[in-house]
Design a protein around this ligand. Structure first.
Ligand code: AMP
Length: 231
């Protein structure tokens, strides 16, 4: 199953992708994570992407498509993938259609997460991530009194706030979303691929809604069969 999760920064795409990875057994491809990793490793792509990322702007398509193409070529994408944060403008969406068309593996659905901006600002200000495993946490939804440490890594590293989650940069990222990414909803609606879900509620409620939407797709059937054979 090949799906795209789209929505404003902070709408929950990353968190829900992690849930879908577990449920469907297909990988998440987050261009944001790939770019952050390239920056941390000091690769050429990373060095060229850093300034745009720090400013909350989109990284140029050439870099994003390069980094995405490399990831898509890895063998774990054979049964499908969850795209998180890609495509983010019409040119990227067209390039993706072309690439998947050549591979004869078209998208099955694009899910748009709807969340109001007040909630988004609150979520982003509470967002922290683990620099070791990349998992995303939220100080508002963490159990009361728990320390801001990653409970998935053995050495329990302290969680950190992403630089581009600071308020001013978030405002810029929301503006970029409205101008460049939101128009993709029409692009995919016109192709009959768009599903919209209300992503305002708790993580569990949104996961249930998302899984119900995706489980009804024909492409979910082989993954369901593989899961029941394994259990
Ligand atoms: P994210 O983690 O998806 O919010 O992405 C963090 C930052 O990485 C964005 O604000 C952009 O600067 C950059 N980025 C991630 N994905 C893309 C993309 N598909 N196109 C352009 N820039 C991207």
């Amino acid at each position: 199953m090949r799906i795209v999760l789209m929505g404003a920064p902070g709408s929950g795409k990353g968190t829900q992708s992690q849930r879908l990875v577990e449920y469907f057994g297909i990988p998440q491809i987050s261009t944001g994570d790939l770019l952050r990793s390239a920056v941390a490793r000091g690769t050429e792509y990373g060095m060229r992407a850093k300034a745009a990322m720090d400013a909350g702007l989109l990284v140029v398509d050439e870099i994003v498509l390069g980094i995405f193409g490399e990831r898509l070529a890895e063998p774990d994408t054979a049964n499908g993938f969850i795209l998180d944060g890609f495509p983010r403008n019409i040119a990227q969406a067209q390039a993706l259609s072309k690439l998947l068309g050549t591979l004869k593996t078209p998208l099955d659905a694009v899910v748009l997460f709807e969340v109001n901006y007040e909630e988004i600002i609150k979520r982003i200000s509470g967002r922290r991530s683990c620099q070791t495993c990349g998992r995303v946490f939220n100080v508002y939804s963490a159990p009361a009194g728990s320390a801001p440490h990653c409970d998935k890594c053995d050495d329990k590293p302290v969680l950190v706030q992403r630089k581009d989650d600071e308020e001013e940069t978030v405002r810029m990222r929301l503006e970029v979303y409205e101008q460049q990414t939101r128009p993709l909803a029409k692009f995919y609606r016109d192709q009959g691929l768009l599903r919209t879900i209300d992503a305002q509620d708790s993580v569990e409620q949104v996961t249930a809604r998302l899984i119900a939407t995706l489980d009804s797709l024909p492409a979910a059937k082989p993954l369901r069969n593989a899961r029941s054979k394994a259990s």
